[in-house]
Design a protein around this ligand. Structure first.
Ligand code: 4NP
Length: 150
């Protein structure tokens, strides 16, 4: 049965759409039976495309993010998805506040899927402008997750 995964960050224009694009690309390459989506804890960019710097970095790595549009995470996402990943601890706290009573969907930091002791949180490239480093972190976590699901 297909596993469904939701990636969550603050704006849904930098980290989580990149995670969605990279994970989908690697999953297709691996022939894995998974589906994924992404969302933001804020409504700041709802309906908008990913940040141009995230689009450019992904394009440089052969991944097209241009079709993605930002949306805000909802309580219904806890029943629609099997696994939910936040990019930082603030994302996790906001997700836990949204969790419907009695729902047990696992919510974790995405970098917990990296091998070894990683940085824990994905830094926000919107402010830090480190899109290449963030892309690398999201690739490693995606590979780790795919290996665990295989
Ligand atoms: P993201 O980055 O959470 O990785 O999408 C951000 C995008 C936009 C803003 C902050 C972070 N913002 O302040 O608009």
């Amino acid at each position: 049965m297909s596993v469904s995964i939701l990636f969550v960050c603050l704006g849904n224009i930098c980290r989580s759409p990149t995670a969605e694009g990279v994970f989908r690309h690697l999953a297709e390459e691996a022939g894995a039976d998974v589906t994924c989506d992404s969302a933001g804890t804020s409504n700041w960019h709802v309906g908008g495309p990913p940040d141009g710097r995230a689009v450019a970095e992904a394009r440089r790595r052969g991944i097209d993010l241009t079709g993605l549009r930002a949306r805000q995470v909802t309580p219904e996402d806890f029943t629609r998805f099997d696994l939910i990943y936040g990019m930082d601890r603030s994302n996790i706290a906001k997700l836990e506040a949204l969790r419907p009573a009695g729902n047990g969907t696992p919510v974790a930091l995405f970098l917990s899927e990296c091998r070894g002791p990683g940085p824990g949180e994905v830094p926000d490239p919107y402010y830090e402008d480190n899109f290449a480093a963030v892309f690398d972190m999201l690739s490693e976590a995606s590979r780790g997750l795919l290996a665990r699901l295989a």
